[in-house]
Write a protein that binds this ligand. Sequence first.
Ligand SMILES: [Zn+2]
Ligand SMILES: [Zn+2]
Ligand SMILES: [Zn+2]
Length: 785
Amino acid sequence: MKNNESLKRAVILCSGVVQGIGFRPFVYRIAVKYGLVGYVLNLGDAGVKIIVEGQKSRILKFIDSLKNDKPPLAYYSELVINWEEYTGEFDKFEVKPSDKSLKSKGVSYIPPDIALCDKCKHELFDPNDRRYMYPFIVCSHCGPRFTVIEELPYDRERTSMRDFPMCEECYSEYTNPLDRRYHAEPICCPKCGPRMILYEKNGEIIDVKDPIREAAKLIEEGYIVAIKGIGGTHLATKTTDDDPIILLRKRRRRPQRPFAIMAKNIETIRSFAVLDKVEEELLLSYRRPIVILKKKIPFPLSEHLAPGLDTIGVMLPYSGIHEILMHYTKDPALVMTSGNYPGEPMAITNEEAFKQLKNIADYFLLHNRRIVNRNDDSVVKIIDGKTVFLRRSRGYVPEPIEIPFFRNDDTTILALGPELNVTFTILKGKHAYISQHIGDVENLEMINFLENAIDNFKKVIVAREIHAVVSDAHPVFYTTRLAEKISNELSIPHYTIQHHHAHVVSLLGEYGISPEEEVVAISADGFGLGDDGNAWGGEIFIASYTQYKRVGHLKYVPMPGGDLATKYPIRMVAGLLSEILSYDELREILSLYKSSFKYGEKEIDIVIKQIRSRINTPMTSSLGRFLDAVSTILGICDLRTYEGEPAIKLEAAGCTGKIKNDILNNLEIIINSNDGIILDTPQLLYEVLELKNNGENIHDIAATLQHVIGEKIGEIAIQIARENDISRVLFTGGVAYNSIITRAIRKIVTKNNLTFITHQKVPPGDGGISFGQAIYGKMIYKDDN
Ligand SMILES: [Zn+2]
Ligand SMILES: [Zn+2]
Ligand SMILES: [Zn+2]
């Protein structure tokens, strides 16, 4: 070196998403480019450490490039640069083995699972490439991450790829700094990597040269094939033929629930669905979620895919397995629904797949790579111009959400969610890590899965100690009892939070709204235990993170038979109308709907008796239940076979109807009472019945009713905001998936110069509850300690 004065050493700690996205190779390339020596290595907390020595001006250029030319998926939460004296200890730049014990300064996390990149896809279909038609092809920019990782730092030996020692060729790519697969941890090839195997349902191997091609052929012939992929197992059938779908519904015991489908490409999607620019970008993004799209009319695929709905959930292939499968498929799309038996988590091991799906699938296309973290497909829908999560899982987990006003301390809170659609959340310092979709935790299998998932997740995000655990206020939920158990075992506090307040906190936290601010919050869903012991679900609060006052709600109505009224919404019709009709009048109307009762006419008397005596008849203010009742009275859906079905079908009916100004609009249904502002839903339902009897178009009634509900709730929120000098109105809970209601509230609220806020990063439904619980837990913990 000519000028010793300008020789320096820089020690750089990178935090954020810097492992598992081709970051070290990138650092290597720019260090070599600027003639610097030193090393780069992965740290135990998903951060990266770099030491470079050389001319100061070159180090500065290196840092510039580090900031500006980073790989597309890299993200810095922090970049700490320390200048030190030049030592001359290095003679080259290298990638050093990871150091588990070292930590970076900021918060780091591994990226979610990344869809196959374009370069890999090109090689996959290039007959001259050595990975031609090899389903596990990946590079340092793509492939599974969260689903294969056991613990940090992210290296092959701590992923399920450790079962497959690299062959010589792969090793030379892995160690060649100029190769795209330099340090690509899941690197493999047909010689050394995992492979697909096709099985009969009795577990016998079917010896074929190309198992995926054979599976595609079997699907084409009308069979149901279980296909193990990245985060779990799907059940696949044709989409152009009714019979295999009907059969799958029968075997899967899913008479009505919509099935997601995987399409070949964007062009094929256009042949059966309508999509805009935002939806197209979502479908093509490396996250590859299922996007809920409007069906094209007429719909060229089977109507049995999504019966009674105007929409269909569609995704594009996201791994080599799926690319090859779709390549050999003649249909424009295949059913790709989660392969699990009702009440059990999706199968991830081959043994589970055979055990759970032996009476559902005809053939099994499996592979021999372990799935470490089960991860269902994510589901999103564009509502009122905004992206909304129905399920936030593959492609998003474990990305954290930052809560800006929390300190980045060591306090770690675990929140377990409610009972249905559960996710859990670990809040570490100011970062909330929402887990993958767990499902309905209603039995021991699911609680086991939840416990295992928590253990694995703690390793992946390096959460060693938990300081408090939070659950729903419902005392008998499995998750509440698990929270109690964890609290006892670890001797840590267990906090509970009311269900609808947790929904609200989730939305407050998503926007980082100040803890000092009060908002008006509409929290509407199917069910959550209220403070008065009733079943809440149509609530209007004045709320902050730690407090809420219930200032309005839907009128309490009897729910004869409790849960039975959820499954058979005609019982909700009875409960609602019993508020304004005599029992004789009620009996007369219900007789017209006797086929909607499970036991027909004789059940009507029982239901009326239940309402009279209030035996096994809780009171509810649920908007979800009210929408179910409307759906039944309009003849749209009178049996709930999946969560939200009657209300979802009511929305679908409304989407094809007209909102009319001359019906349902002159009703005095907002009542100021000692119990707050009440929305008189029985009156509204009665009007709907009258309209139907007068021959009004069902779709128009559906559209108008949902619009009016949104307007009225909006009016109540506006009144409360005015009286209390509040500027923001929030809308959360499962009903926020309803596009007609959401649009109506937004319109009226913004017209009145108030700000309207809905979820965009966290699911509005119960999948978002744990996020709210965790934030509440940290607030309380902070005050306690
Ligand atoms: Zn790639
Ligand atoms: Zn190999
Ligand atoms: Zn809820």
